[in-house]
Ligand binder design. Structure first.
Ligand SMILES: Cc1cn([C@H]2C[C@H](O)[C@@H](COP(=O)(O)OP(=O)(O)O[C@H]3O[C@H](C)C(=O)[C@H](O)[C@H]3O)O2)c(=O)[nH]c1=O
Length: 184
C-alpha cells in the first residue's frame, strides 16, 4: 500500500497493493497497522456504508458536527466518481480549501477524509457503488452540509450542473457564508 498526503493536512490518498493472477486480483482494502504506520493516525472505524447511484447523482457536501464528526475512508467498488472534500477546521491553514480526486473501481484509489471535513461526490460513470468506513456512528441530529455550488468554494465538478441529481435535502444546504459567517 502506498499513502500520499494531499494539500489538506491529514487527508490522504491510498493506493492499495493489488495482487493479480490468472484468477483475478486480491487487495487488502484496509489494514489498521499499515495505515497507522504510514499516517501516524490511530483510527478505529465503527461503521461501514455503501451507496449506489446513477450518472449525475451528486451526494453532499455533508458533515456531522461536533463530537459526532466522522473520519471516512472512501473507495469505489464499481464505476467512477469525482470525490470532493472541504477542510472546515476553523484553525486550519487550509480552512475552506477543497481537494478533488477521481476514485474508480479501475484505479482502486482510496481517500482518507479526516474529521471536520465536508465530503461529497459526483458519479461520472453510468452507475457507481461506493463503500466507505466511518470512525463515528451516524447521528442524524448532527448532520449538516454545504451547498455543492457554493460560490466561495467554486468547485469544478467536471460535468454540467444542469444534469445533476440531488436529494431535496442537498438542494437546500447552506452556503459557506451562512455556515461560517465569512464575507463574500
Ligand atoms: C449517512 C447515513 C444515512 N442513513 C439513512 C438516512 C436516510 O434515510 C438514508 C439516506 O441518507 P442520505 O440521503 O443522507 O444519504 P447520502 O446522501 O448518501 O449521505 C452520505 O453522503 C455523503 C457523500 C457522505 O459522505 C455521508 O457519509 C452521507 O451523508 O439513509 C443511515 O441510516 N445511516 C447513515 O450513516
Amino acid at each position: 500500500m502506498s499513502i500520499k498526503e494531499t494539500i489538506l493536512k491529514d487527508c490522504f490518498i491510498i493506493d492499495p497493493k493489488v495482487f493479480k493472477d490468472k484468477r483475478g486480483y486480491f487487495l487488502e482494502s484496509f489494514n489498521q497497522e499499515s495505515f497507522q504506520k504510514a499516517t501516524g493516525l490511530q483510527i478505529d472505524f465503527v461503521q461501514d456504508n455503501e451507496s449506489f447511484s446513477t450518472k449525475g447523482v451528486l451526494r453532499g457536501l455533508h458533515f456531522q458536527k461536533g463530537k459526532y464528526s466522522q473520519a471516512k475512508l472512501i473507495r469505489v467498488i464499481s464505476g467512477e466518481i469525482l470525490d470532493v472534500v472541504v477542510d472546515i477546521r476553523p484553525d486550519s491553514p487550509t480552512f475552506l480549501q477543497h481537494f478533488s480526486i477521481k476514485l474508480s473501481s479501475n484505479n482502486k484509489k482510496q481517500l482518507f477524509v479526516p474529521k471536520h471535513f465536508a465530503h461529497g461526490f459526483l458519479v461520472l460513470s453510468e452507475t457507481a457503488i461506493i463503500n466507505y468506513k466511518c470512525d463515528e456512528y451516524y447521528h442524524k441530529e448532527s448532520e449538516s452540509g454545504i451547498i455543492y455550488n457554493d460560490r466561495h468554494l467554486n468547485i469544478d465538478w467536471l460535468l454540467e450542473s444542469k444534469d445533476f441529481i440531488l436529494s431535496e435535502k442537498d438542494q437546500k444546504l447552506p452556503s459557506c457564508r451562512e455556515l461560517f459567517s465569512i464575507k463574500g
